[in-house]
Design a protein around this ligand. Sequence first.
Ligand SMILES: [Zn+2]
Ligand SMILES: [Zn+2]
Length: 119
Amino acid sequence: MSSISIKDVETRLGHVKCATCKSNRFGIDNRTVKDDGEWKGICRDCFYTFPIHTDMEFYLRTQPDVPYRLREIACQACEKRGVSLDFRINMSVRESVYFVTCQSCHIQFTEQSSLEAFE
Ligand SMILES: [Zn+2]
Ligand SMILES: [Zn+2]
């Protein structure tokens, strides 16, 4: 089960840009926050909505390639490889973003995912 809070997700969404208006002010539609971990994010400026996936345990179990790739991602601060996946979003059909935490220095950053091609 997901342990990430709505507030954490909202804060971290500020690091990405809206697919349509390029704003970085997002909210979470509270009505979509359910146990299945499939939430909906909304741009506060143009009301564009996009899916937020927070059940990463399920995702990693069903996408066996992903854990290998997470081990290869280099931290932007300490440059060590290996991150944990906190949640991911699909900002647009082609643009998927991973929100990750470095396992060495615990800094949080985002990683554009090119894995969707394998799904
Ligand atoms: Zn927007
Ligand atoms: Zn690091």
